[in-house]
Design a protein around this ligand. Structure first.
Ligand code: SF4
Length: 507
């Protein structure tokens, strides 16, 4: 008898990706390509809304960008303006109903929205709005913004958007499309990235692009212009580009985990190369946690740049000892005779000859529950006829002790292995000979954060916003009674030791 095996990936999941186009005759095609480059930010659903100047056209579906947007579908999305969204649900369930962009027809005209991030006071607003007669179509927090726009007394959309956004808290990098305008907005703390680009047209003139990451511009041969600033609303229309600062400045809280894991290494995030940050993390990891070994092996793909940095710094050879299968789907038929480590073997396979008999430094970007890391350690140990002598695990971020409320899908605090276990306990659980996490100070150094502009809440448990009314996320299994402990970024490090955390097996 066979049974279905659902592949459970023990990693943080990316949030969402957004892409916008203004002034290109093939706007929907460009949006499709942009979303394709941003696919790593969300694989559950995707959507594009286009405008031909008079009408908005929407297509959304569950699945990945390539399977959703067949040529026949793109042909039904005419016009020179478009926004696209690819989603991994972080608030609201996974149904198509919650796929984005969301499109409405309200007193401000026809409007479509695509949101990357998570609002921390959405449930409170939803209750208030429902009490006042608003009827919600989805359970996504983005719809709160839609209702607040519709209720605003402002005469134009930029005013209504400003009104709405000044009432919500949390993370949003937002694209808004009307019949003839594209808005790109970033929350006042700038949690999630959002960048502006331009694409010269063969006929003269240029199209404007907005994306979660610059890698989407590279695919289109577009030029990266700048970041959308925290608290800035950029309005792009036939009259050109207008920058509106809709909210007072707040201390920056750029998500540091974009540099550790989420963003593609070929992107520039918050003005800095992600690959550079990851290699620097590897170098600092090698300085903080040196160990005698024969080879440095990354857990691919995300562990590769940090492993390169570790190898360069330690002068220990870098070897691709684990090969990743990139074509992994969601469910598999598992043979009735259970295969040891079946789930992780679907994704990774060791090159036995490279590792047998060796002392291996295994570099990964994070440990979430620890279950997958444990299987990988066991797989490396068992690689080859002769047992691998030693497995030393090195992690290019500090222990993750607390969930994210700003648009990243994390398990509950209880499920995070580092929330309740010491590094020594984690090492024992993994079955590793030693375990070393990079320190928070080194992480800040790797992203060149000299001014405290990065959010590090998942490593400190100290949050820069009020965390109120998180029922929506709790029902999604994400919020677990975390209190607001700081109103700005000033005291973030107080609760975490700055010492490198390392443990060795007692022999
Ligand atoms: Fe990023 Fe962690 Fe802050 Fe969430 S809590 S925004 S994952 S640094």
């Amino acid at each position: 008898m066979t049974q279905k095996f659902a592949f459970a990936d023990d990693h943080f999941h990316d949030e969402c990706g957004v892409f916008g186009v203004f002034g290109h005759p093939e706007a929907a095609n460009l949006a499709y390509l942009g979303l394709y480059a941003l696919q790593h930010r969300g694989q559950e659903s995707a959507g594009i809304v286009s405008s031909d100047g008079t009408e908005l056209y929407l297509h959304r579906a569950m699945g990945e960008v390539e399977e959703i947007f067949q040529p026949t579908v793109l042909a039904e999305l005419p016009g020179s303006l478009a926004i696209g969204h690819t989603r991994y649900s972080t608030a609201g369930d996974k149904a198509l109903l919650n796929a984005q962009p969301i499109m409405i027809d309200c007193n401000k005209g026809k409007v479509a929205l695509g949101h990357n991030g998570n609002l921390t006071n959405a449930a409170e607003w939803r209750r208030k709005l429902e009490h006042r007669g608003s009827i919600f179509q989805t359970n996504s927090d983005t719809e709160v913004i839609v209702h607040l726009i519709a209720r605003s007394q402002a005469r134009n959309l930029s005013g209504a958007l400003g009104d709405a956004l000044n009432q919500v808290e949390g993370a949003y990098s937002l694209l808004v499309l009307t019949q003839d305008e594209l808005y790109a907005v970033r929350d006042p703390r700038g949690f999630r990235p959002l960048v502006l680009g331009r694409l010269p047209l063969p006929t003269g003139g240029e199209a404007w692009l907005v994306a979660s990451e610059t890698c989407a511009f590279d695919l289109l041969n577009a030029q990266y212009v700048r970041e959308i600033e925290p608290g800035e609303m950029v309005r792009i229309s036939r009259s050109g580009i207008e920058s509106i600062h809709f909210a007072p400045q707040k201390p920056r809280q750029q998500c540091i985990f974009e540099h550790v894991y989420f963003a593609r290494p070929d992107s520039i995030i918050f003005g800095r190369s992600v690959n550079e940050s990851r290699e620097a993390l590897g170098r600092l990891l090698a300085r903080e946690h040196p160990v005698d070994a024969d080879i440095v092996v990354p857990v691919p793909d995300s562990g590769v740049p940090a492993a390169v940095g570790y190898a360069l710094e330690s002068k220990i050879p870098f070897r691709m000892g684990l090969i990743r299968n990139h074509y992994i789907g969601r469910t598999f038929i598992e043979p009735s005779q259970a295969i040891r480590n079946f789930g992780v073997k679907l994704k990774l396979n060791p090159i036995r000859g490279l590792m047998e008999g060796k002392r291996v430094i295994l570099v990964d970007d994070s440990i979430v529950r620890g279950t997958t890391s444990r299987k990988i350690v066991r797989m490396v140990r068992e690689a080859g006829a002769r047992e691998v002598h030693e497995v030393h695990v090195r992690i290019s971020c500090p222990p993750t002790i607390s969930p994210c409320y700003y648009g990243v899908d994390t398990p509950t605090r209880e499920e995070l292995i580092a929330s309740s276990n010491s590094p020594e306990e984690i090492r024992k659980f993994l079955g590793a000979d030693s375990l070393g996490y990079v320190s928070l100070a080194a992480l800040r150094q790797a992203v060149n954060d000299t001014e405290g502009k990065f959010c590090t809440s998942c490593y400190t448990g100290v949050y820069p916003t009020d965390l109120v009314q998180l029922e929506v996320r709790e029902s999604n299994g994400n919020a677990q009674g975390t209190k607001n402990e700081a109103k700005d970024g000033s005291a973030l490090e107080n609760s975490l030791t700055e010492r490198p955390v390392a443990v060795e097996r007692e022999n």
